[in-house]
Design a protein. Structure first.
Length: 120
């Protein structure tokens, strides 16, 4: 077993043991509905465990981080990409969050975990 595979297994075990439940919501193939004034999208829900953390005081100097933002680490078998055709959101502890940033942590071409920057 290589280092990256070992890291992925250890990360998975820790998230499953100590993580909290989260639902990631993927909206895509959206079409504007002029009758409702909203986009009608195909929606997929993905329930999983995730490790959560608040941003540290030093991180607040980054203008992209706002008070109340949450950092969430998830292990997925799918790619999370936010763009004009794919939007992701999350429900964590009954609170709706938008995902404003996705940062995969890779080693040897293997994604160990993805860090999500979430905002309520």
């Amino acid at each position: 077993m290589g280092l990256a595979t070992g890291l992925k297994i250890t990360t998975s075990n820790l998230i499953n043991k100590y993580g909290n439940s989260i639902t990631l919501i993927h909206s895509y193939d959206c079409d504007y509905n002029p009758q409702t004034g909203k986009n009608d999208c195909t929606v997929d829900n993905h329930s999983m465990k995730a490790a959560t953390s608040s941003y540290k005081i030093g991180d607040d100097s980054n203008t992209a981080v706002e008070v109340g933002d949450v950092m969430m680490m998830v292990e997925t078998d799918f790619e999370i990409i936010n763009d004009s055709n794919n939007t992701w959101s999350a429900v964590y502890k009954g609170i709706d969050y938008s995902i404003v940033g996705v940062y995969p942590i890779d080693s040897q071409d293997i994604t160990i975990v993805s860090t999500l920057h979430m905002r309520s």
